[in-house]
Design a protein around this ligand. Structure first.
Ligand SMILES: Cc1cc2nc3c(=O)[nH]c(=O)nc-3n(C[C@H](O)[C@H](O)[C@H](O)COP(=O)(O)OP(=O)(O)OC[C@H]3O[C@@H](n4cnc5c(N)ncnc54)[C@H](O)[C@@H]3O)c2cc1C
Length: 467
């Protein structure tokens, strides 16, 4: 075996396909059974793409510099510029390759996401994307094994020797790690988040938006083996989702996208953050953390009839009432406290020209926290409320890498062990998020890791032959 790819999501599949195309024999080990294959990638919808002019499903232009500035802003500078730019440039020319492997694109839907310019949507979503890649990989002769969770590696001086699935030892000349983050590991989340000043263990109230199989087993193993790491273990991409979501695999349909159109209050009926700070794609990922900091890790998004039709409706209807006090009661909130918040907010709104597609001039005055855009009184019945809880998308802790996607040990890059996707996304995304960049990183580094691993395998084959 030339190349062993560990993982079964987008990054792993990109690596397997590229390694195979480069002439290597490839085996892919997916922890999940076939019907749950594809990891978090199966839940995705789009890829953020740089482009200098309108391109098939993408409108207008999204130049490198603007993409870079967006990344810089959301990460607060916690990003490696060289790797970020590499990702950005790779996003401009990967779609033809993706199409060759059966991925189809479609224009974005309308709604609050403002993504038609920046993000290419997968026809049929991420599930169709991973299915297409699996089909293509099978056709090209990649060996695929399901229910094959790798629990440890055999390494020798930073070189990959073998992977273990239980007692089975699988050797290869090179290996790509693409086994996701540790977001599905509730014990580890508990350890990372700890206990708060109220004595709560916040992570006990988190849902995991994606797969249950990203347990971080190999991340932990590699850390213990001395691999260089990057990223804050307490940082995770977290979205405020429908509090009725299941523990795993709720996916995007549990998202509540109306935050910027109304107000959000905590269990005590108080607002706690500017709901109109920025466009939703740039800000939705901070709301999980904001809700995680509230008592009981719960909050309530409240809108009025004016918001209807302006956001992607959640799968399940919210709690509806004809008056605000009735809504508060139905949501189980203290009615006087809630009404005080809503009355203060409504009185503070300075409505200008409402336009949800730009950072408009509707704002509050003399209100803390302010609502800086899209502030309109919540006053037109019927009123809807959605209970929110934090939904973890992925964790940021990963393995440090460089332009060749090699795993490094004490600053020395391995010759035959590579990493891609969430397992290294922290190199580009130290914190924060901008929609679609997870797939840009996984596609860019999955493809690099595939080529590099094939080359490493060929080299080692050549040196073995010469020896
Ligand atoms: C609901 C949701 C929606 C999202 N939407 C988007 C979007 O629209 N655009 C975007 O860019 N990003 C999105 N993301 C983020 C995106 O999913 C990730 O950035 C990306 O899929 C990561 O790809 P990956 O291949 O690294 O990980 P994954 O796709 O999670 O794959 C990891 C794989 O490793 C396997 N695995 C884990 N441990 C082991 C082991 N020990 N041995 C063998 N296999 C193992 C898992 O079973 C899985 O197949 C979304 C995430 C979620 C949860």
């Amino acid at each position: 075996m030339d190349v062993l790819v560990i993982g079964g999501g987008n990054a792993a599949l990109c690596a397997a396909l590229m390694a195979r195309e480069a002439g290597a024999s490839v085996m892919l080990l997916e922890a999940a059974p076939r019907e749950w294959r594809g990891g978090n990638s199966a839940h995705t919808r789009n890829l953020r793409c740089m482009h200098d002019a309108p391109q098939d499903v993408l409108t207008d232009a999204y130049p490198e510099e603007e993409f870079w500035q967006d990344l810089l802003k959301v990460t607060g500078g916690q990003t490696n510029e060289a790797l970020a730019r590499l990702t950005i440039r790779a996003s401009s020319n990967c779609r033809d390759w993706m199409r060759r492997h059966g991925v189809h694109f479609q224009p974005s839907l309308s709604g609050t996401l403002h993504l038609s310019r920046t993000n290419a949507f997968f026809m049929g979503g991420g599930k169709a994307l991973v299915n297409a890649y699996y089909r293509s990989a099978e056709k090209l002769g990649v060996q695929i094994r399901y229910k094959a969770p790798v629990d440890r590696l055999e390494l020798q001086d930073g070189r990959f020797v073998a992977a273990f699935v239980g007692n089975e030892r699988i050797t290869a000349k090179a290996c790509v790690l693409a086994a996701g983050g540790f977001e599905s590991n509730r014990e580890w989340l508990r350890e990372a988040w700890g206990q708060n000043e109220r004595g709560e263990w916040p992570s006990d109230n988190f849902a995991i938006r994606g797969t249950r199989f990203n347990q971080g087993v190999l991340l932990k193993h590699l850390m213990a083996a001395g691999a260089d790491t990057i990223g804050d273990p307490t940082q995770a991409h977290m979205v405020a989702i429908d509090a009725r979501a299941p523990l795993y695999d709720g996916g995007i349909c549990t998202r509540i996208d109306c935050v910027s159109l109304g107000v959000v209050v905590n269990r005590e009926g108080r607002r706690f953050y500017d709901e109109g700070e920025d466009f939703w794609p740039k800000r939705y990922a901070i709301w999980g953390r904001l809700v995680a900091q509230q008592p009981g890790q719960v909050a309530y998004s409240v809108i009025d009839a004016k918001a209807a039709g302006r956001f992607m409706p959640p799968v399940f209807p919210g709690t509806r009432a004809d008056t605000l006090p009735e809504l508060a009661q139905k949501l189980g909130l203290d009615v006087p406290a809630f009404m005080q918040t809503l009355n203060d907010y409504n009185a503070a709104c300075r409505v200008g020209a409402f336009d949800h597609t730009v950072l408009d001039n509707c704002h509050t005055e003399q209100l803390a926290p302010a609502k800086t855009h899209w502030a309109r009184p919540v006053d037109k019945a019927p009123f809807d409320g959605y209970a929110l809880k934090p939904g973890v998308t992925f964790t940021y802790l990963g393995l440090k890498t460089g332009e060749t996607a090699a795993v490094s040990f004490g600053g020395v890059p391995s010759h035959n062990l590579f990493v891609a996707g969430e397992m290294m996304a922290g190199n580009v995304l130290g914190k924060g998020y901008t929609a679609g960049v997870g797939m840009s990183i996984g596609t860019a580094f999955g493809r690099i890791a595939g080529v590099q691993s094939a080359q490493a395998a060929m080299k080692s084959g050549a040196s073995h032959a010469a020896a």
